[in-house]
Design a protein around this ligand. Sequence first.
Ligand code: PRP
Ligand code: MN
Ligand code: MG
Length: 178
Amino acid sequence: SSEFNNSKLIPLFSAEQIQNRIQEMGAEITRDYAGREPLLVGVLKGACVFISDLMRAIDLPLAVDFMAISSYGSQMRTSGEVRIIKDLDTPVEGRDILVVEDIVDTGLTLSYLLASLHARGARSVKLAALLDKWERRERPVQIDYLGFKIPDAFVVGYGLDYAERYRNLPYIAVLKED
Ligand code: PRP
Ligand code: MN
Ligand code: MG
């Protein structure tokens, strides 16, 4: 389509850089959670690619579940609204929860989600995020395991979309629209 052809992708992190960083994050998580069995909570849809690689970099017994929380529509702009689209299937009470996100931007999604999981009686709640677009933060969010800090640019690939497109790119790129 024309909008596809008029967009430019400027590579930011290669597939190899991403995989190397995830191996380091997985090793750190494995050390920190030794003797425990964390529940990884992936935030759909953006985190689907990251969680599938991160969970395989963690050498521990673990469980995986998913939530869908939307703060964006199909546009680049945030609506400021946070909605639960799909809740967990797993009870979180007493569990060590590791939320897995592709990106923390304004922090609206994660500040809401982390507070909600604490309120449900989780034993611990930590966050692994691949990308931190820190300049845009509106709500404070503690990122316990971070892949990369990024500048305030619109990034796509490796799960991140623009209007649902580009999630399947194996690398992360800045999307420039003409
Ligand atoms: C994106 C991204 C994070 C959230 C971060 O998800 O995947 O979940 O926004 O933004 P925030 O810090 O400003 O809340 P999106 O709502 O686009 O849904 P998606 O994961 O299905 O693409
Ligand atoms: Mn998301
Ligand atoms: Mg999105």
